[in-house]
Write a protein that binds this ligand. Structure first.
Ligand SMILES: [Zn+2]
Length: 131
């Protein structure tokens, strides 16, 4: 084989070493696809580390699910915090910059309201226990 394709490259821990060996030493053409950033727009895995190895880079985008503009980011629709949370359209949504920022504000407001509501419910339970 002359060409090696790697998809979901953000999940490969040996990406840099593998690409370096395959391209530099074995003469392979390596085509890598993956997410450069996670849901919080932080570097995801070692995808950004292989950019200096690459001959060319193409940044692809999806379409914003809310307005149809180019979607550069991923909005996580749940309150989970771990970087790797496997899911599809039920968990993630491609969004443009405007809807990413608005979405983060909505998620934070929702969290504040839910935590406040939970606290009020705890107070009610405690109050009921003393009656
Ligand atoms: Zn949008």
């Amino acid at each position: 084989m002359d060409v090696i394709g790697i998809d979901e490259s953000q999940f490969f821990t040996d990406l840099y070493e593998f690409c370096c060996n395959a391209a530099d030493h074995d003469g392979k053409t390596v085509i890598v696809a993956g997410l450069d950033g996670d849901y919080s727009r932080r570097s995801f895995g070692s995808v950004l580390e292989i950019i200096p190895l690459a001959d060319t880079i193409t940044k692809l985008t999806a379409r914003c699910e809310l307005c149809g503009k180019r979607a550069f980011f991923t909005l996580r629709k749940t309150d989970e915090k771990q970087t790797e949370l496997i899911g599809g359209a039920d968990v993630y949504m491609p969004v443009c910059r405007q809807h990413y920022v608005n979405g983060q504000a909505v998620m934070e407001a929702t969290r504040v309201v839910l935590e406040s509501h939970k606290f009020q419910n705890d107070q009610i339970v405690v109050a009921a226990a003393f009656i």
